[in-house]
Design a protein around this ligand. Structure first.
Ligand SMILES: *[C@@H]1O[C@H](CO)[C@@H](O)[C@H](O)[C@H]1NC(C)=O
Ligand SMILES: *[C@@H]1O[C@H](CO)[C@@H](O)[C@H](O)[C@H]1NC(C)=O
Ligand SMILES: *[C@@H]1O[C@H](CO)[C@@H](O)[C@H](O)[C@H]1NC(C)=O
Ligand SMILES: *[C@@H]1O[C@H](CO)[C@@H](O)[C@H](O)[C@H]1NC(C)=O
Length: 385
């Protein structure tokens, strides 16, 4: 923090309007107040750092569950099931990587990772940061916003597209934002990538993420005038929230809820900025999201299937992801021992099932991404690991 400038700002206006003595007094008060605030903030910062170490975003937890093998059988059975299906329809031998390779369409060697929150994208971001050194490419990331605006007006989409196109090749650019069709502004097509996760697990994760102390302490430091949340709201648990029909945990078809960003749906990050993308759980939004994945995304990884995701990234976007599995398993997951969001209690299957019933299009989108990933993987015809 620049104390000198703060004092200067507090001091200057008064110098011209008040007699010398008074202005000196004001300055003295300003100095001590600023110093006090500075010490106080620094203390909070330190405590926050400690908390961060203990409580990493749960993003990282799931990848550790993979390490312990929990998701292993599921990952393999998913790929195997797809293989059986393709064999039964006779599609298996005709599966060609080229037809599933949108990296080939890119006109500008910049990876645009419009990351979805709470799907493990923090881990993928860390992987990219390390790979940027290993594979020698630029690493650019948007800073934390007061309000994450993921849906932009056309002029802001144009500005964002221009920004993405302005990076030197090869580079990666990371931001929480809806799919932005860079080529529709007459600019060269980048390489789109993203990650998804089971949509119901994700919504639960989000629910507890915004209630974890390090989340709002961090926001309070970044934006001191934000009010602190109501303790009652902080203590509300997800099961009760769903079962009691609380507004916050009601997921109604066609409903539009904007403002703080619609965190119920990861498909919104793929659908784009169109008004049809706004209503919850609708066919129109689902179709747009699927189309963008099919036409524009080089790879959409799946958190629950990290090994398949890494293999597909390595083969379909090799300039950036060469060595990704190695870096991921040897450098990232190894140094993140089980970090649980201690504020996230288990949620019963019954409650998850209730939520699932209203997330049908979200689940369909997730399954769609998974199947595409499996196809891309099988098309590589890799030998058994
Ligand atoms: C994923 O790959 C790592 C490293 O090769 C391996 O240790 C782990 O068992 C694999 N996990 C699954 C689910 O296949
Ligand atoms: C992106 O823009 C291009 C050029 O205008 C268009 O052809 C394409 O269909 C758009 N893609 C999506 C998914 O909207
Ligand atoms: C699911 O949607 C129905 C209406 O279609 C609504 O009555 C119910 O409250 C919703 N449940 C949840 C958990 O959002
Ligand atoms: C996909 O296309 C990129 C760019 O042309 C190429 O480097 C990569 O090897 C291709 N991958 C596959 C599996 O075809």
């Amino acid at each position: 923090m620049n104390i000198a400038r703060k004092i200067d700002q507090a001091y200057r206006p008064r110098r011209f309007t008040l007699p010398k003595r008074t202005s000196e007094l004001v300055a003295l008060i300003a100095v001590s107040t600023t110093l006090f605030l500075f010490l106080h903030t620094r203390d909070l910062h330190l405590r926050l750092k400690e908390m961060e170490v203990r409580l990493q975003p749960e993003d990282i937890i799931l990848t550790n569950q993979l390490l312990s093998g929990e998701s292993g059988p599921e990952e393999l059975s998913g790929v195997k099931a797809m293989m059986k299906l393709l064999q039964s329809t006779g599609e298996m031998p005709t599966l060609e990587p080229n037809q599933l390779n949108n990296t080939r369409k890119a006109q500008h060697d910049v990876v645009f990772f419009n990351r979805v929150p709470k799907v493990g994208s923090q881990t993928l971001m860390e992987l990219l940061r390390r790979l940027s050194i290993r594979n020698d490419f630029g690493f650019h990331q948007d800073r934390v916003q007061r309000v994450e605006t993921i849906r932009l007006a056309p002029e802001d989409q144009a500005a964002l597209s221009a920004l993405v196109s302005s990076y030197e090749e090869p580079s990666v650019y990371i931001k929480h934002v809806c799919f932005t069709n860079v080529s529709s502004f007459g600019l060269p097509e980048p390489i789109y990538i993203n990650l998804v996760r089971d949509p119901v697990e994700r919504v639960i994760s989000w629910y507890y993420y915004v209630r974890a102390p390090w989340y709002y302490v961090e926001r309070k430091i970044a934006f001191p005038d934000l009010p602190l949340p109501d303790p009652k709201w902080l203590k509300k648990d997800f099961e009760q929230c769903v079962l009691s029909g609380d507004r916050e945990c009601k997921y109604l078809k066609g409903e539009v809820r904007e403002g703080i960003g619609d965190h119920r749906r990861q498909s919104m990050f793929f659908c784009g900025h169109h008004v049809d993308c706004l209503p919850f759980n609708t066919d129109g939004a689902l179709e747009r999201a699927k189309r963008a994945v099919e036409e524009n995304y080089a790879v959409v990884g799946v958190l629950e299937e990290m090994n398949t995701t890494l293999a597909v990234l390595e083969h379909y976007v090799p300039r950036f992801f060469e060595g990704a599995s190695d870096v991921y398993w040897n450098e990232i997951s190894r140094y993140n021992p089980i970090n649980k969001n201690n504020f996230k209690p288990p949620v019963s299957e019954e409650v998850k099932e209730l939520v699932r019933k209203n997330f049908t299009r979200e689940i369909e989108f997730y399954e769609f991404c998974k199947q595409r990933l499996h196809k891309q993987y099988l098309a590589l015809k890799l030998k058994k690991p």
